[in-house]
Design a protein around this ligand. Structure first.
Ligand SMILES: Nc1ncnc2c1ncn2[C@@H]1O[C@H](COP(=O)(O)OP(=O)(O)OP(=O)(O)O)[C@@H](O)[C@H]1O
Length: 264
């Protein structure tokens, strides 16, 4: 097992009046496992806490309680959260995920600079190799983000995410802003990289079609808890919980019935 999340709780303070704040519990005891090299889908309605969970898993935020074990060692309570060294993230909004003043080469150097010291020549070689891995030639190295298409820029974000050799990547609506044809290309790329590098993914999305295309397993997330797990994607239509059924149904309705693609 690569990662185990145990009983994660997280609250935020929300204004309740002019000075008063009240605590709102977002995660209410989330537990699940992630296996090496698998793609685990997390699907749930807006506001159910998926992105909050994603940020906790990559060490951007700390849970109030609960534990995260990576390769069976507890990382959630350790200072300088080592989960950061084992994970990366790709967000939905590729345009704000990169510094607009950075050329692609600088975007790719960022994670390398936080690793061991590499000579500039080696970093350049690595940057070219990373671009190649995501299907871009080295001519893009010296371009600015605004000189790339959305699909190309998201590929650069994926290259940056794999630069530090993570054991897993959180993909938070990572393909949602792309055109449908580009979404398929990027999912194919992700599956290819998963195979080549044995990385695991946590694929957070509203898009059930994408889940069926790329995921090995899926968790249905509701109101800060996992309410159902589908182990075998062929069984997706046989979900038991009313909430999961409603999500599936809504997605199918929106996309033209049983045979349509579905999106929540
Ligand atoms: N830093 C924060 N401070 C206060 N409240 C927050 C913070 N981050 C998230 N929230 C609140 O937590 C709840 C869950 O948000 P989150 O983004 O995790 O949900 P989500 O399931 O990813 O939603 P979506 O699918 O719309 O992105 C929301 O009500 C949100 O307003």
């Amino acid at each position: 097992m690569l990662l185990e999340a145990k009983e994660l709780y997280k609250s935020y303070k929300k204004p309740a009046g002019i000075v008063r704040k009240e605590e709102v519990r977002i995660l209410k005891g989330v537990s699940f496992t992630l296996l090496e090299g698998e793609c685990l889908g997390i699907i749930g309605e807006s506001g159910s806490g998926k992105s909050t969970l994603g940020r906790i898993l990559i060490g951007l935020e700390k849970p109030d309680s609960g534990a995260i074990q990576v390769k069976r060692s507890d990382v959630s309570s350790i200072k300088n959260n080592p989960v950061k060294q084992k994970s990366s993230v790709v967000f939905q909004d590729y345009s704000t995920s990169v510094n607009p003043r950075f050329k692609v080469v600088d975007v790719l150097f960022e994670p390398m600079n936080s690793l061991k010291k590499l000579r500039k020549k080696d970093k350049l070689e690595k940057a070219v190799a990373l671009l190649k891995k995501v299907g871009l030639s080295e001519i893009y190295l010296y371009r600015y983000p605004h000189e790339l298409s959305g699909g190309q820029l998201q590929r650069v974000c994926i290259a940056r995410a794999i630069a530090a050799n993570p054991a897993f990547i959180v993909l938070d609506e990572a393909i949602s802003s792309l055109d449908v044809s580009i979404q398929v290309q990027v999912m194919d790329l992700l599956m290819d990289l998963k195979k080549q590098l044995n990385i695991a993914y946590i694929f957070i999305t509203h898009d059930l079609t994408a889940i069926t295309y790329i995921c090995d397993r899926v968790l249905f997330f509701k109101d800060g808890v996992v309410i159902e797990e589908v182990q075998n994607m062929a069984e997706l239509r046989n979900v038991k919980e009313d909430y999961s059924k409603a999500l599936l149904h809504a997605a199918m309705e929106m996309n033209g019935g049983e045979n349509g693609a579905y999106e929540i």
